[in-house]
Write a protein that binds this ligand. Sequence first.
Ligand code: LLP
Length: 431
Amino acid sequence: MICNNLGVNEKGHLTFAGFDTVELAEKYQTPAYIMDEQKIREKCRIYKKAMSEYFGGESMPLFASKSLCFKHIYKIMAEEGMGIDVVSSGELYTAASTGFPMEKAYFHGNNKTDFDISFGMDKGIGYFMCDNADELKVINAFAKDRGIKQKVILRLTPGIDPHTHAKISTGKVDSKFGAAIETGQAKELLELALSMDNIDVKGFHCHIGSQIFEYKPFCDAAIIMIKFIVDMKSELGFETDTLNIGGGMGVKYVESDPEIDYAANIKGIAELIKGECAKYGVKMPQILMEPGRSIVADAGLTLYTVGGRKEISGFRNYVSIDGGMPDNPRYTLYQSPYTVVVANKMNEKADYECTIAGRCCESGDLIQEGVSIAKPVRGDIIAVLTTGAYNYAMASNYNAIAKPPVIMLNGNDSYVAVRRETFEDMTACQN
Ligand code: LLP
């Protein structure tokens, strides 16, 4: 099994965090996102421990809540002592509504609106991750109106191509995010920030992309960032307090993906950063990381019910399920690989090759192609594994399909963290 929270019980059913998934499907109905709370906490602790051990006590992981956003997640993050990265006023609102400590919240995004900036300040956000000069001017003006000095971290692009899917690669010079070091824009942004009375520049940020397996691209980015820190010290006398090296560590979705040792990766990156700082004689900055996927992806799976099979001889077999691109658009968008199993037939031979099709009125609504599973019949339960990240968070109501609930498993308890949407919920905003 691709993660240690998965197993098979004596009935031949898939188990997840010790629960029989077929019973969960019966109890909560399908489709349903199922999440393992202990796995989320375990991942937070791996990051926290490794970062404090290798980077020092000041360092902190920020959970990238774009990967999974609902109230209960922020409660878990607060309890685990994590910071958070938010990318919209909506995420910030959700976090704030749970009492999440705002000084540990970092506001991202390449186009923060005036509303976002005032909303963030009014909520007492710790830091703006400032993307560009236009935004910086508004942050300065709004901070002046409030008589405060706003802490900011400047988002830079180090010019790294991490060889992940193009749509989730962000650190190249040609990116909508941040100011490029290579073109001189990063230095200009820093000079502008330093000239402003109501801006307190704490440091720099980069995020090179997502679903990255090796730690070398992070090191390559860190080398460039530290060189920039060194240059800004000698050219502008600027002392960097904080370096945020972003998120992006990969997750095992299918057997062929490598096993990732997050603590070892963090150790490797830390050794490199310490070495670079020592080489240039600059102080080691506080290091922040922003993991999203690697905190929650394998803490989740999605359960569906099979509607039927369609065998088109000479072409392929389709298995239709009661969900699809509205609850998981990732195959449609990025051709993302997933492991698919028939949860009530785990001991049967998985030799039925098929395409898992969603229920939307659109041919591209597929969850996976060319998978081999036990031959399913209508009523069987399909589990798509590793759906904890960027599934619920990216869910839509396409075809007016209601969003599934998020069910949390915790020890012997299961509880509804997000209830199933109703037709009334879906039409609530409509006049
Ligand atoms: N920090 C920043 C600034 C980011 O843009 C992201 C992800 C992260 C942190 C977290 O990266 P992670 O640790 O989750 O890889 N919807 C796509 C992923 C988009 C990632 C966007 N930024 C997907 O489903 O694969």
